[in-house]
Design a protein around this ligand. Structure first.
Ligand code: AMP
Ligand code: GLY
Length: 441
């Protein structure tokens, strides 16, 4: 079969790499792809007009491409094209696609919608209020910092997609007021900040659960499913020990030793099952992946967010542990046969630290030559997943803030960590930085 993967990050490289291992797959097109997918077995990059698969003209191009190239299956990596309706376009054209329709993609593209959904269907989450009125939001902020809970931070979230810049956690009244002002009046995030969700701060340990989903009004109701993958943990802050600014993700591990059986049971009862019931009750057409961003306190899970896609860099840690065939899994999702599919996992752990360009998550260097010490990397059993690097006359050069992840397996987390860092030692580019504590905290 021929598969089209949409996206250009490390997640899409990992998806393409895993699909390439399938005996069913002859050819993979990645649109637009990156320097890693350009070099991957069975893969070919496809330029997207305008470069952004979230734009409508690009989506029409991709539908036409899928038709003329006789693509059997399309897998959508990032949220932006889903939020602008790419799965609807493919569905209307009769093309098999992995990704939710636009109405279901609102679980990620509108935090206010997600909170309303959670409340309506009994999904456990942080207490929150949604504001479209600036004065009302300011009043809540002022009364919080004047009240008995003023020692606790507030979490201020822009409603719309904001590429990781839409959440501010602060215990300072002046910073909270400035955030509300910048988001709602200053339009710092454009329309994404016109509506705000302000919620209570939760302590605990974060866990990411990625899952495959089939739900929707066209299914026999008993066949609706959410099938969770092994749990993962991202490390969001730039520096060791959780210091420094938030990033898109500095590295991930899978599975997560402290996500106990009891926590997993709590997750299924209070988050996964009510989410599935909610998707069915609201008639949301969903054939794709979902990401539950959890905060876990004493084995009690709270849902911080839904994403309507796989996580990045969680995917780079999780897919190497999947024993099942990714093409079969994706086909079963797209065809509504997930309820008949048995997903299998390998034992052991993966540690996947991310190397970033100097300056990231602020403005960062680009165009630096990357040298991969291939023998040392192969000896450590690691796989390199390229995120922000382009192929330039046969050489890989940095082009993004998060440049690559090295993803190493081990029979214990310690072994996976030590292999991952020995592989990272063999990677060089000017201005390279990475955290040394992925999986250790
Ligand atoms: P979100 O985009 O909603 O996942 O928020 C981004 C990050 O902010 C999360 O990964 C958490 O680290 C943090 N966060 C979000 N909501 C909360 C909350 N209610 N309490 C504590 N931390 C939070
Ligand atoms: N790793 C977090 C995300 O993919 O949103």
């Amino acid at each position: 079969m021929k598969v089209l993967v949409i996206g250009s990050g490390g997640r899409e490289h990992a998806i393409a790499w895993k699909l390439a291992q399938s005996g069913r797959v002859e050819q993979i097109y990645v649109a637009p792809g990156n320097g890693g997918t350009a070099l991957e077995a069975k893969c070919r990059n496809v330029a997207v007009p305008g470069g952004d698969p979230g734009a409508l003209a690009a989506q029409q191009f991709l539908v036409d491409f899928a038709r003329t190239e006789h693509i059997d299956l399309t897998v959508v990596g990032p949220e932006a094209p889903l939020a602008s309706g790419i799965a609807d376009l493919f569905g209307q054209a009769g093309l098999a696609v992995v990704g939710p329709r636009v109405a279901a993609a609102r679980l990620e593209s509108s935090k206010a919608f997600a909170k309303t959904f959670m409340a309506a269907h009994g999904v456990r989450t942080a207490r929150s209020n949604t504001f479209t009125d600036y004065e009302a939001a300011m009043d809540l902020v002022r009364s919080h910092y004047a009240g008995p809970d003023r020692g606790r931070p507030l979490v201020i979230k822009a409603d719309g997609l904001a590429a990781g810049k839409g959440v501010v956690i602060t215990s300072r009244a002046d910073e909270a007021e400035a955030t509300v002002r910048d988001f709602m009046q200053g339009k710092a995030l454009g329309d994404a900040g016109a509506t705000l969700v302000i919620e209570e701060y939760l302590d605990g340990k974060e866990v990411s659960v990625l899952a495959a989903v089939q739900a929707g009004p066209d299914l026999v109701p008993e066949t609706a499913r959410i099938v969770p993958f092994i749990p993962a943990r991202d490390h969001k802050r730039r520096y060791d020990g959780g210091e420094g600014p938030n990033t898109g993700g500095m590295g991930a591990i899978a599975p997560v030793p402290d996500f106990t059986e009891a926590a997993q049971k709590d997750f299924r009862e209070h988050i996964l099952e009510p989410t599935l019931r909610g998707l069915q009750a609201e008639g949301l057409h969903y054939r794709g992946f979902i990401f539950f961003g959890l905060m876990v306190q004493d084995n009690r899970c709270y849902l911080l967010e839904y994403n309507v896609r796989l996580g990045d860099p969680e995917t780079q840690a999780v897919l190497p542990l999947m024993a099942s065939d990714m093409a079969e899994l994706c086909q079963s999702i797209a065809e509504g046969k997930l309820h008949q599919y048995k997903l299998n996992w390998k034992g052991g752990f993966v540690c996947a630290p991310v190397a970033v360009a100097e300056g990231y998550p602020g403005p960062y260097r680009k165009g630096d030559l990357i040298s991969l010490g291939k023998e040392k990397i192969a000896a450590s059993g690691a796989q390199v997943f390229i995120a922000g690097a382009a192929l330039d006359q046969g050489s890989l050069k940095t082009s993004g803030g998060r440049v690559l992840a090295v993803s190493a397996p081990g029979s214990s987390l310690e072994e996976a960590r030590s292999r991952a860092y020995s592989a990272m030692d063999a990677v060089r580019f000017d201005g390279m930085g990475y955290r040394r504590d992925i999986g250790a905290c």
